[in-house]
Design a protein around this ligand. Structure first.
Ligand SMILES: Cc1ncc(COP(=O)(O)O)c(C=O)c1O
Length: 414
């Protein structure tokens, strides 16, 4: 057993106690117990989160920040409590540095649109990396197109890590936008190190934390980033929720990206002035129930020792990697030293879609395809992979079921 595995065991990680909190894990799929290994796409939800969301509708449903009546006050308090929970979870200095969005995609589009307007002019450069999700490529391409800037890419190595010797910073670089953890490879990137380099050059830094928040302890002040984006639904919270953290002084300089109710101070036909943070960036009625559920998801995570959770997930990764590699012709795409529980695999003579379909018939949910990382697929010369992504409620027995399923699939498909 590795030291990480021992640490998890010592802390008395009780996976059965955790599993009991996820109602969906009792479901049968094609008559088989569900093995859910598609957590990087969206995680399952603990009962507490589901209850918190429906309790809002059942008992305090009202719009926020608008009413003098009791229900509106309660809904507002519940929403703002969620903001404070998230502030604490990622160690932001102030609650108004937490902006609610509909997900990572919306958070990065906000960042790219607003920062583009604030910072980019003809000839400037934006640096991303070769392993980005399309959500952290396309918004920057759009911003570059709008302002005449150019997108530059940090190349990646064969193990699926940034090649730090080839970071294309120049005196024209204005923005660095990088993922903390790769959704396809599982690589945990050395974001703190790169942010420090960027900062010395006056480059504004944006981190896509969609795959990091569910697995790692996040401290935005320690990372030193300017903006940090993530989704609620990948971290045990509801779909349609997300966060953009931003440093107060930068957010104050950034122009709003959407106009409407809630984000204004005074509106006349001649001119509008904007509300204070965070409302300047929260136009319209937010997903109140979802935000309340998101707060509950983070309180749920905070009830556990997150490092024990991460260590436990690492045991799943180590076990699955070892067992899968015994299968002839199987190759794991993404072999970085530091990884979360994500395994992307390809097998000679077996199409990822066919393998995914056969696994599904055995009740095992994995994802197949390019995982919204087409340039990364091109780098590795594959059209897609079969991806298993683990969460805190998965077990070694489930990993064994998947390995057996893959072996069976290979026999049938080759
Ligand atoms: C690394 C990464 N960034 C961004 C996204 C987009 O997240 P969402 O679809 O929740 O907006 C994902 C989703 O898979 C992701 O894995």
């Amino acid at each position: 057993m590795s030291t990480k595995a021992e640490a998890a065991t010592k802390k008395g990680y009780d996976v059965e106690e955790i599993r009991a909190q996820f109602p969906i894990l009792k479901e049968l799929v094609h008559g088989k117990p569900l093995v859910y290994f598609d957590n990087a796409a969206t995680s399952q939800k603990p009962r507490r989160v589901i209850k918190a969301e429906s309790a809002y509708y059942a008992t305090i449903n009202a719009n926020v920040h608008r009413g003098v009546h009791a229900l509106s006050t309660k809904a507002t308090e519940a929403q703002e409590a969620a903001r404070e929970t998230i502030r604490k979870h990622i160690n932001a200095k102030r609650a108004h540095e937490i902006i609610f969005t509909s997900g990572t995609t919306a958070s990065i589009n906000l960042a790219a649109t607003s920062l583009g307007q604030l910072l980019l002019k003809k000839g400037d450069e934006v640096v991303i990396s070769g392993m980005e999700h399309h959500s952290n490529i396309v918004p920057w391409q759009l911003a570059c197109e709008r302002h005449g800037a150019t997108l530059k890419v940090i190349p990646i190595t064969d193990s699926g890590e940034w090649d730090l010797r080839q970071v294309p910073f120049s005196d024209k670089t204005r923005i660095l936008a990088i993922s903390h953890v790769s959704n396809t490879l599982g690589t945990i990137n050395p974001v703190k190190k790169l942010i420090a380099q960027a900062k010395k050059k006056g480059i504004v830094t944006v981190v896509d934390g969609a795959q990091a928040v569910p697995h790692l302890k996040i401290d935005v002040q320690d990372l030193g980033c300017d903006l940090y984006a993530f989704s609620g639904h990948k971290a045990y919270g509801p779909t349609g929720t997300g966060v953009l953290y931003g440093r107060e002084d930068l957010l104050n300089q950034m122009p709003p990206w959407q106009g409407g109710g809630e984000m204004i101070d005074v509106v006349t036909f001649e001119k509008t002035t904007y509300a204070k943070l965070p409302f300047k960036f929260e136009a319209g009625t937010p997903h109140i129930a979802g935000i309340i559920g998101l707060g509950e998801a983070f309180r749920w995570m905070q009830d556990y020792d997150l490092s024990a959770m991460a260590a436990y997930e690492h045991t799943l990764l180590e076990h699955a990697t070892k067992e899968l590699l015994t299968i002839e012709g199987l190759r794991i795409i993404g072999t970085a030293k530091e990884k979360v529980g994500v395994i992307s695999l390809v097998i000679d003579g077996v199409h990822h879609y066919d393998l995914g379909t056969l696994l599904d018939q055995q009740g095992i949910a994995v994802r197949t395809g390019h995982h919204c990382t087409q340039p990364l697929m091109e780098h590795f010369g594959v059209s897609g992979t079969t991806r298993a992504s683990f969460a805190c409620f998965n077990t070694i027995a489930e990993v064994d079921a998947m390995v057996a399923g893959v072996k069976k699939g290979v026999k049938m498909l080759r």
